[in-house]
Ligand binder design. Structure first.
Ligand SMILES: CC(C)(COP(=O)(O)OP(=O)(O)OC[C@H]1O[C@@H](n2cnc3c(N)ncnc32)[C@H](O)[C@@H]1OP(=O)(O)O)[C@@H](O)C(=O)NCCC(=O)NCCS
Length: 493
């Protein structure tokens, strides 16, 4: 089952031998419960998944430091990352670059092969969309699914200087089905006082039927090899689980824009004791924005935005270093992908910028609603307006553009406006990591989130005291977590 991810470890090698071969990554047992599940009516499938989700029967990776201390990191324990609990005070690489980089790709079990995805091919892009749409949501109760579009993936995975060999897929040889993916994009960063050429690792995904079979470590190793071959040895990545060792940790906050719809799809539970009328009143926004000179960004704004962001960077200990082309790529508005607004002062110069990207989800089996649109704050810099006013205007614009919910992490200076603008903290954390670089921990307000923003993959559950409720509510103390893969391992069918 596991093969290259624990190289060098003798005891693990023995068990590896036993499991190597045809059966690697294959579901064990005589019957495929997925086939059984698939044969049930959609409604029945949804009921089963919701019930399992509720009872939290799945294996979960550590979400807190306490849980992490009890977890054995078979893979991450072998990687150049700080150990959990280490008090890091030094700055610098953990591993030198003297070791030669392996020429050959890591070995996959029989029946699987590597494929470098050519994302300029619409068919390949469609395959990637399907893999992610069906498998990226970890906490899938079969009611709401992320809906990645090719436009979104082009934006997220094809910035200037991107390399196709860093779009790394695994296919089943027999039918060419794409079952695993990991990507890296170039992302230069400033870490404390050091400027480093790094990559940002994104969209690690393994097909639900192949979970917990150690495919993820092989994907990470292979991507690392491909990045090393280009002379880069550091990476930035984020995860909602605790791995060795977070550089910083933030919490996800969200702000309903369309509470009626959110209640109807039972999305976040609206604030307890708050009926629809109260929720509508509580979340009401002004019809018009208040900042003079606020308008959508155009291409000619890019140089001024770049200098605005550069001035902003020095406030943070972890931040992106952007080029003009990157500002254009990441911030220029693209329909249903990214919205950016600037504030133009009376003298024509730009004083502020606010940018949010769009993540659409499909609402499954709902009589009325089919989709949900979330706006996620990407970056914000302000020299003219109050941050709270600028963000308040961003909420109004997002609502008028059809978004149902706005989310932001408590990184950068976001804490200033989150509560004031009626954002609610969720139970989702996002941890920031550096590969092969050590430096002291930093508080989230020292992290500039721009370009390190992941596709927000889970629909936030609002923490219980401040959550919304609509109709029969779910006990939030049941920290539900189950996916189809867990369904398989439970063999309940
Ligand atoms: C994340 C995902 C690829 C992990 O796959 P898996 O089948 O559960 O895990 P595997 O058996 O292949 O590998 C387990 C190892 O991967 C590590 N791992 C799991 N999720 C990880 C993540 N998001 N980032 C880095 N490493 C991760 C585990 O910690 C474990 O290593 P350890 O022994 O050192 O603890 C899979 O759950 C998935 O596709 N989830 C949905 C998409 C997603 O959440 N992607 C990550 C976005 S941050």
């Amino acid at each position: 089952m596991s093969f290259t991810d624990e190289e060098g470890n003798e005891s693990l090698k023995k068990s590896k031998k036993k499991l190597k071969g045809e059966s690697a990554w294959r579901p064990e047992g005589p019957r495929d419960p997925f086939a059984l599940l698939d044969s049930l009516p959609e409604k029945k499938q949804q009921e089963i998944q919701r019930a399992l989700h509720l009872f939290s029967l799945g294996r979960s990776l550590p979400k807190t430091l306490q849980e992490a201390k009890k977890h054995t990191y078979r893979f991450w324990g072998t990687q150049p990352v700080p150990k959990l609990g280490d008090d890091v005070t030094a700055h610098g690489p953990i591993e030198g670059i003297e070791a030669s980089v392996r020429d050959e790709p890591y070995t996959l079990p029989q029946g699987f092969s590597w494929d470098t995805l050519d994302l300029s091919n619409p068919f390949v892009m469609k395959e990637l969309c399907s893999l992610l749409n069906e498998n990226y949501m970890e906490e899938d109760d079969n009611t709401i699914r992320l809906d990645f579009s090719s436009e979104y993936l082009q934006w997220a995975l094809q910035p200037p200087s991107c390399q196709s060999q860093w779009h790394c897929g695994v296919r089943v040889q027999a039918n060419k089905k794409l079952v695993g993916f990991i990507a890296a994009v170039p992302a230069d960063v400033r870490i404390y006082e050091t400027e480093k050429q790094t990559v940002h690792v994104k969209l690690l995904c393994v097909h639900k039927k192949l979970r917990q079979k150690r495919m993820a470590p092989v994907l990470v190793r292979e991507l690392t090899r491909r990045v090393n071959l280009q002379g880069l040895y550091q990476a930035v990545y984020t995860a909602d689980i605790v791995l060795p060792t977070p550089l910083s940790s933030s919490r996800l906050w969200h702000r309903p824009l369309n509470p009626r719809k959110l209640m109807e799809v039972n999305y976040p539970r609206l604030r307890q004791n708050m009926n629809l009328q109260r929720a509508l009143k509580f979340n009401r926004l002004p019809e018009t924005t208040k900042t003079n000179g606020l308008r959508p960004m155009t291409k000619k704004d890019a140089p001024e935005i770049l200098s605005l962001l550069q001035d902003h960077l020095c406030k943070f200990k972890l931040s992106s270093i952007l080029s003009l082309q990157q500002v254009e790529h990441w911030l220029l508005p693209r329909q249903n992908v990214i919205d950016t607004y600037v504030v133009e002062g009376d003298d024509g110069s730009l004083t502020d910028v606010v940018s949010f990207y769009s993540v659409t989800s499909r609402v499954l089996n709902h009589p009325v609603h089919t989709a949900l649109k979330a706006a996620h704050l990407l970056c914000m810099a302000s020299t003219g307006s109050e941050l709270t006013d600028l963000m308040g205007d961003a909420l109004i614009l997002a609502k008028s553009n059809g978004f149902d919910i706005f989310t932001a992490f408590d990184v950068m200076d976001n804490a200033i406006f989150l509560e004031k603008l009626k954002f609610t903290v969720s139970d989702k954390s996002l941890h920031y990591y550096l590969y092969n670089w050590m430096c002291p921990w930093m508080s989230p307000d020292k992290v500039l989130h721009a370009l390190m923003s992941p596709p927000v993959k889970t629909h936030p559950r609002v923490s219980s005291q401040r959550s919304f409720t609509s109709g029969p509510s779910v006990d939030s103390s049941l920290n539900c977590k189950i996916s189809l893969s867990n369904l398989y391992s439970l063999r309940i069918l």
